[in-house]
Structures are given as structure tokens and as C-alpha cells.
Write a new protein. Structure first.
Length: 278
């Protein structure tokens, strides 16, 4: 019972903080996800260092990932015109990480290159791309709108909720038992239905897209989010760990909370670009 109450309390605080930060202003949005980026990259680097024996600098990877997020925020919300100038420090950090391996005689350079790159591509870059989504639906003269970031999390939560209840009730056919034994096709379909219904409801209140486009976005979030969850599960299974950290009591780490989001964000960005919204 105590664990359940801890999980509920942590989840409520997490959700309220997330929603309030996105809704309040672009500054609170930027600050929250900069922190999420720093913590998530640190978690990833700490895990691969502990279980894969990598030797690249964790603090430089965290600094690089955080700066990538900050630079992208400034480009899309800070009226920065010289894009190359603001991204130059990030390029310098990446170059230094790679060059430094030449002087580390005890390291495994290929492992270090690969896992450092993954910390940026898999973790930092998708969170940085959230800044682009936050421009969708912005009023004239403004660069920020909370609508699309909120919607991604709404669809993910609807999908998770629907998948959990349907999977627990009638779930029989396993999706990827080797990676995630509890996920079922019935749960996946149930989650998709709930998320798409949420998309239909969104179309009644926000005319940035029509009903089919909102439903399509929900479907993209469901598919990409489910795969993102499975990707992180496969990594944790290889390293034989249950959670990425214990920073969120009852919920694990940042990567455990944002695993679906990391793949959903770039996929939604592509979808919205294809239909002409962004």
C-alpha cells in the first residue's frame, strides 16, 4: 500500500509540474525541459558507464546535451538569427569528445564514440526538437504555444492508461515478450482507441488541424510511443536493470518517464511537417 501511495503521489506531482510549466510560459517550459535533458543524459551516461565500461566524460556529454537543448530553444523562441554561431560551442564539445579518445590509451574508442553519440541522438536531440513543436499554433507575433507539447503528453498518457486497463482485462497475445513480457496486442489496440478518441475531442476545441489530422497525430504518438517504450526496455533488459534511476520514487528515472516521448517527438514532427502544419 505504501509503495502504491508513493507512486500515486510522485505521479501527481510529476504531472502537475509538467503541465504547469508548459502552460505558464515559454521560460518555464524551457527551464523544465532543460532540466529534464540534463538529468536524462546524465542517467543514460551513468548507466552505460556502469554496465558497459565506457570512459567518455559524463559531464561533457551532459553539458553538450543541455547546450543542444538551450541552443535550439534560443533559435526558435529567442529570436536568434545567427544559427551557426549559437550551435558552434556544441560542435566544439562533440569534436573534443571524439578527439580526446586518441589520447586515452585504456579506453575502447568505438564504444565511447557510439554511446556518446547515442546520448545525444537518442536523448538530447528529441527533447531539443520539442522546441520546434512548441511553435505550432502560436499566435501572430508570438513564438510559443503550449498546445502541441501538451497534446503529445496527453496522447501518451491516454495510450498508457488504455493499454494498461485493456491489457490487464483481456490481454492474451504478447507483442514483444522477449523485451516486455506484459505488453499485449489487445492492450496496444485499447490504448490506441483511447488516444484517438482524445484526438477527436481535441479537434472540437482546437482548429489548428481537422478531425482526421488530430486522429492521425494520436495514431503516430501511439505507434512511436509504444516503440520508444520497447526500445528503452530492450536496453534495460540487456543491462539487467529495472529502472534507469530512482530519482522519481515509484516511477524510476527520467528515461523511464520520457522513453515514449523520445521517439514520439521526432515522429510527430515529421508527421506535422508532411501535412503542412509545421
Amino acid at each position: 500500500m505504501k509503495k502504491f501511495l508513493t507512486r500515486v503521489a510522485t505521479g501527481a506531482i510529476f504531472a502537475i509540474t509538467l503541465l504547469a510549466s508548459i502552460l505558464y510560459s515559454k521560460v518555464s517550459f524551457g527551464a523544465l525541459f532543460l532540466l529534464v535533458t540534463l538529468l536524462s543524459v546524465n542517467e543514460f551516461c551513468s548507466i552505460v558507464k556502469r554496465y558497459k565500461g565506457t570512459t567518455f566524460s559524463t559531464w561533457l556529454a551532459v553539458l553538450g546535451g543541455g547546450y543542444l537543448y538551450f541552443a535550439t530553444f534560443m533559435v526558435f523562441h529567442g529570436a536568434i538569427e545567427n544559427t551557426m554561431a549559437i550551435y558552434s560551442p556544441y560542435i566544439a564539445v562533440v569534436a573534443y569528445i571524439f578527439i580526446r579518445q586518441l589520447f586515452d590509451t585504456e579506453s575502447k574508442p568505438l564504444d565511447n564514440y557510439a554511446y556518446f553519440a547515442l546520448s545525444q541522438i537518442y536523448v538530447a536531440a528529441p527533447l531539443a526538437l520539442l522546441n520546434i513543436l512548441a511553435t505550432g499554433g502560436a499566435e501572430a507575433g508570438n513564438t510559443y504555444s503550449w498546445l502541441l507539447p501538451i497534446t503529445i503528453f496527453l496522447f501518451i498518457w491516454c495510450n498508457d492508461t488504455g493499454a494498461f486497463f485493456v491489457g490487464c482485462t483481456i490481454g492474451k497475445h504478447k507483442m514483444f515478450e522477449r523485451v516486455s513480457p506484459k505488453k499485449t496486442w489487445e492492450g496496444f489496440i485499447g490504448g490506441a482507441v483511447v488516444a484517438i478518441i482524445a484526438g477527436v475531442v481535441m479537434s472540437r476545441f482546437f482548429d489548428i488541424m481537422n478531425i482526421w489530422q488530430w486522429a492521425g497525430m494520436a495514431a503516430v504518438v501511439v505507434m512511436a510511443g509504444t516503440l520508444g517504450d520497447l526500445v528503452e526496455s530492450s536496453m534495460k533488459r540487456e543491462m539487467e536493470i529495472k529502472d534507469s534511476s530512482n530519482i522519481l520514487p515509484g516511477h524510476g528515472g527520467m528515461l523511464d518517464r520520457f522513453d515514449s516521448t523520445l521517439l514520439a517527438i521526432p515522429c510527430v514532427l515529421i508527421y506535422l511537417n508532411l501535412i503542412g502544419i509545421l
